[in-house]
Design a protein around this ligand. Sequence first.
Ligand SMILES: [Zn+2]
Ligand SMILES: [Zn+2]
Length: 271
Amino acid sequence: MLHDYHVHLESGPYTAQWIRQYYDTAMERGLSELGFSEHAYRFSQASSLLETSWADAAFHYDVHEYVHAVEQARQQGMAVKTGIEMDYIPSREAGIRAFLESVHWDYIIGSVHWIGDWGFDLPRFAHEWKERDVVDVYYSYYEILQMAIRSQLFDIIGHFDLIKVFGYRPPRNVIMTAVYESTIRLMKDYDMVLEINTAGLYKPAGQIYPAPEILQMAGKYRLPVIITSDAHCPEHVGRDFPLAQRMAREADITTLVRFEKRKRQYVPLLA
Ligand SMILES: [Zn+2]
Ligand SMILES: [Zn+2]
């Protein structure tokens, strides 16, 4: 009963044939359903919602072409869902809301990839880490993440501790536990879904998002959870799900969430 809801089609065209390649891998790996979550900034309708002209200059896809391709795949019998990974930018809430309301999504992942105009997880901006105070960066990230939770724009928070992506971590004497816990508690207050995202294993951080310490908190507060790969190509769909399942069980998590038209259904997390 596993499903993967964080998948990017971006290395190919928005066609049912391209979707089929992802879907075949999902079926081979025993998944029951596959959801796509293109980056909103790729679409001309949303590219101006960042605080930089970076996406505006690079991407001009039509969101309706994407939605149509997923719809066609569904008509061909594939169990696929229409999702989106939306950048949360504090000053752009009204524009984000208008964009999100323009499409009938099955679910919306809200992610923080930007601190001001710094795309901290993008390799092209990675050099900036050396010029910044790591503790300040972490505090800024969680401040923005908490704003994203309070905005009530999203169903799911993407890669909770993405800020560790390049392996920069606060020194040992700076304990982040209180920040993690207050953010997890806020997710509970706002009834948000946490994802266990395996892509972190393949980044310099070398660790699933979120860290076990944070997942334990999610278990304690009974947060609803999904397991995702953040695949950017067909072969990465469902990657390392057995490891993510094990981590979830160790954190006392027993149910997963499915979505349809932003309505939830809870399914047991089996072995
Ligand atoms: Zn992301
Ligand atoms: Zn992603």
